[in-house]
Design a protein around this ligand. Structure first.
Ligand code: HPA
Ligand SMILES: [Zn+2]
Length: 330
């Protein structure tokens, strides 16, 4: 299925093998005996238990070349997964906070994203502010990125939902909007439906990342459906971070039936057991999604992407051709 990926953290595509290779290249001491020992840590009890490992592993990312290699590896794997357009998240503050210059990070990532065409993928870069850090630091980070003329598509918000209020980040989101940037935010993953209301009303986001817990609030569901606010859902992530018990318990089908603009995404595929193709396969199997439901998911991705009309028409044509083949051959 030709896919649009709207919720993937570049740092979450850092595969264990690349962690070990970069540790050696950069002479970074890791607290793991070997690859198997590292892999044995990939069992999570909640979002925070994942974030602890995710941030710790970023220690191996030091130079523009590292960020370039990470991004190139993602593009190659994404192409295999059927991705035709990807809007990737980058946690710039997780790197500047370790003494890496923002310019180093941005240079490495954007030089690789510029080769997306070689993989048949159009791309966009969304800088995600870290919600566990003060709102003033998000604002300062964006100001620096604007000074650097970083080619940004938008801004987002991620990390723990439980320790701060969305309003802290309003100045950063307002500045982003004033510069014509798009706005998205994680909400309703570990946090309650109120967090979704807050990012809609206070940060004025155009898409909600995750948003699965919106299902606990029927008035919110009606609003999201009426306003066609896309939700970038990540099924394997939700299972691995215990937002849902099993893939068969995932509310994705119910969300579609409620008229929500749901898309399927990989979040942190190196940590959660699969890229977007595997997310689609597992959710389709477990929830018995047929060709029409898969078509809706694919079309939702195209509708929700921050692309111009010409690119949207191309993506739409690919999806239509794929669906025609699927129906003809079934
Ligand atoms: O699933 C997530 N939630 C919040 N922050 C994140 N940062 C990477 N992945 C995630
Ligand atoms: Zn995420």
């Amino acid at each position: 299925m030709p896919a649009v990926e709207l919720h993937v953290h570049l740092e979450g595509t850092l595969e264990p093998e690349l962690i070990m290779a970069l540790a050696e290249r950069n002479r970074v001491e890791l607290p793991y005996a070997d690859l198997d020992d590292l892999r044995s840590r990939y069992s999570f009890t909640d979002l925070q238990s994942f974030l602890d490992l995710y941030y710790a592993n970023m220690a191996v990312l030091r130079t523009a070349e590292d960020f370039h290699d990470l991004t190139t590896a993602y593009l190659a794997r994404a192409r295999e997964a059927g991705v035709r357009h990807a809007e990737v998240f980058l946690d710039v503050q997780a790197h500047t906070g370790r003494g890496i210059r923002a310019a180093e990070v941005i240079d490495g990532v954007t030089s690789a994203l510029a080769t997306g065409g070689d993989h048949g993928i159009t791309t966009g870069l969304i800088v995600t502010f870290l919600r566990h850090l003060p709102g003033a630091e998000a604002l300062a980070t964006l100001q620096e990125l604007l000074t650097l003329d970083a080619p940004l598509l938008g801004v987002g918000l991620c990390s723990t939902e439980l320790t701060s209020h969305a309003s802290e980040f309003a100045p950063a989101f307002d500045l982003a909007r004033a510069h014509g940037l798009h706005a998205v935010a994680h909400a309703g993953e570990e946090g309650p439906p109120q967090n979704v209301w807050d990012v809609l009303d206070i940060l004025r986001v155009e898409r909600v990342d995750h948003g699965v817990r919106a299902m606990e609030d029927p008035v919110l569901v009606r609003r999201l459906a009426d306003e066609r606010v896309p939700l970038t859902v990540c099924p394997l992530s939700n299972v691995r971070l215990r937002v849902v018990d099993t893939i068969a318990d995932h509310p994705l089908r119910t969300m579609l039936e409620a008229g929500l603009v749901v898309t399927v995404n990989s979040d942190d595929p190196a940590y959660f057991g699969g890229y977007v193709d595997e997310n689609l396969r597992q959710v389709a199997d477990a929830l018995a999604l047929g060709p029409e439901e898969l078509l809706t998911l694919a079309r939702n991705g195209v509708e929700s992407a921050f692309v111009d009309d010409a690119r949207r028409a191309e993506l739409d044509a690919e999806v239509t051709a794929w669906h025609r083949g699927l129906v003809t051959h079934s």
